[in-house]
Design a protein around this ligand. Structure first.
Ligand code: NAD
Length: 479
């Protein structure tokens, strides 16, 4: 049963305490299952954002000097508090963004692991000694936190990204302003409560709920913001990149994708089909790494399509709280329109809808297309829904060339028993991540996560963020 949160107001958090928007306005966060009001959230405006940045900047003076052992303790405590509130987080992930229980559990556990891994970063903010070019010179590098880190998160994994980006910034001695998706304000409110209870100093972590198109530029274009880490669409990412360039603010961008999956004739189908279903239908396809372009060697093409269709059409669409449900609702009217239009456009231009295309309320059926051609929108654009296009190819070389024929470059997968081809693919596919005999959908706290081209700039992960969120300084002492 969905809980009634309509009386609840997700707040802005500045200086360690919740507050209303200066305007006093609120906005509705809708439950995507039926578009009923899930909760009301403070409708932050530009002045609220300026308050948050000013608070983060002022707090950096002291937070930037905190000891690694204290930050480690606070983040470990935050993980304990978060673990004790699992039910609240899972409920929010189900009712605020339409996650099936399985995805909500997965997201909670992944985010908790990331918070624990972040605690381990604190003692690794280190430098090294260097050989000097002059006699009597002691030379070293040291690492300093950058200052105020802006973290901007998408609707689909608001907890994973809301924890990972902010915890990495806090672990490395930076202060934070979080701008969460307007579709997930409650999740960010729960994160703020966890940090406050864990003893993270007031003002080190701030949140402004509201609409990115109204307050995002105030954040990313602010001269007192020292680093921006953004996860979201490629269009918004491009805009942020341009704005940050004006202030020379360094930025990490984790953006959209159109991930390729290659299936060679020698693949083990009993493992391939479930992995491919997982890769494109998890969270009804609203995943950046979703394997939406599937290239299959011609001799096995018909059998593959048949087996894939059979598996996909039996994916459970039941109660979101059911243990086995895979397909839930698409987040918003706008996104539903996008999924619908991609399928309709393909169908009108001659693609075959092997299964799917229909809807049950706000839930789309898993959809498999064949006969997709260049002039169809679904061929190159991110659909962000449960829509897979399957193409026949005549060779491995053709599969690799087609996989690389994209502006995106987030993740990729190949299914084969041929280790030479698997390694060749992993090395030559134009993507930031490549998986052999597994779906393109993977993440772990410490791996270099990210993409190339329209999928982004830079990498996330404990090691990558340790580099990105700190600045090196060269120091010499003449002995
Ligand atoms: P979105 O770009 O619409 O919004 C993302 C965030 O940007 C939201 O918090 C929004 O408030 C904010 N925003 C909007 N305008 C802004 C502006 N001018 N300045 C600053 N912030 C602004 O994306 P979405 O619909 O929430 O998420 C889906 C997209 O995110 C998909 O393209 C998906 O592939 C991508 N995504 C990528 C990854 C990854 O790690 N590569 C992970 C999850 C999602």
């Amino acid at each position: 049963m969905a809980k009634d949160n309509t009386a609840f107001e997700a707040a802005i958090w500045i200086d360690g305490a919740p507050r209303a928007a200066r305007s006093g306005e609120v906005f509705d966060s809708l439950n995507p299952e039926d578009d009923s009001v899930y909760c009301r959230a403070a409708h932050g405006g530009p002045q609220d954002m300026l308050d948050a940045v000013a608070c983060a900047k002022a707090t950096f003076v002291t937070y930037g000097e905190t000891l690694a052992k204290d930050r480690e303790r606070w983040l470990q405590k935050a993980a304990e508090v978060m673990e004790s509130r699992k039910d609240a987080f899972v409920d929010a992930l189900i009712d605020e963004i339409g996650s099936p229980r399985k995805k909500a559990d997965f997201e909670f556990n992944k985010a908790l692991g990331m918070l624990r891994a972040a605690a381990g970063m604190c003692r690794h903010v280190t430098g090294k000694t260097l050989p000097g070019d002059y006699p009597g010179r002691f030379s070293m590098s040291i690492r300093k936190p950058r200052g105020v880190v802006a973290c901007i998160t998408p609707f689909n994994v608001p907890l994973i990204k809301g924890i990972r980006l902010t915890a990495h910034a806090l672990a490395t001695g930076n202060t934070v302003v979080l701008l969460p998706s307007e579709m997930a304000p409650h999740v960010s409110h729960l994160i703020a409560e966890v940090y406050a209870e864990a003893g993270i100093p007031a003002g080190a972590f701030n949140v402004v709920t509201g609409f990115g198109h109204e307050i995002g530029d105030t954040l990313t274009g602010h001269p007192d913001v020292d680093f921006v880490t953004f996860t979201g669409s490629s269009v918004v990412g491009q805009h942020i990149n341009e704005l940050c360039a004006r202030n020379k603010t360094p930025v990490t961008l984790e953006l959209g994708g159109k991930s390729p999956v290659v299936v060679l004739a020698d693949a083990d189908m009993s493992k391939t089909i479930p992995a491919i279903c997982h890769g494109i239908f998890t969270y009804q396809g609203q995943v950046c790494m979703g394997g939406s372009r599937i290239y299959v060697e011609r001799p096995i093409f018909d059998n593959f399509v048949q087996a894939f269709a059979k598996a996909a059409s039996s994916l459970p669409m039941g109660d979101l709280r059911g243990e086995n449900t895979i397909i839930g609702p698409i987040i918003s009217d706008r996104q539903r329109g996008r999924v619908r239009s991609h399928v309709e456009d393909a169908q009108s231009k001659g693609a075959t809808v092997v299964i799917g295309g229909g809807w049950s309320g706000n839930r789309p059926e898993p959809t498999i297309l064949t006969g997709v051609t260049e002039e169809m929108v679904v061929c190159r654009q991110e659909t962000f829904g449960p829509v897979a296009s399957v193409y026949a190819v005549d060779s491995y070389d053709e599969a690799l060339a087609k996989a690389n024929d994209t502006n995106y470059g987030l993740s990729a997968a190949i299914f084969t028993q041929d280790i030479n081809r698997a390694l060749h693919f992993a090395q030559n596919v134009g993507a930031g991540m490549a998986h052999v005999n597994a779906s393109p959908l993977h993440d772990e706290p410490h791996v270099p996560f990210g993409g190339t081209g329209d999928s982004g700039v830079g990498r996330e992960g404990t090691e990558a963020d340790l580099e990105a969120m700190t600045e090196m300084k060269w120091v010499t002492i003449q002995l």
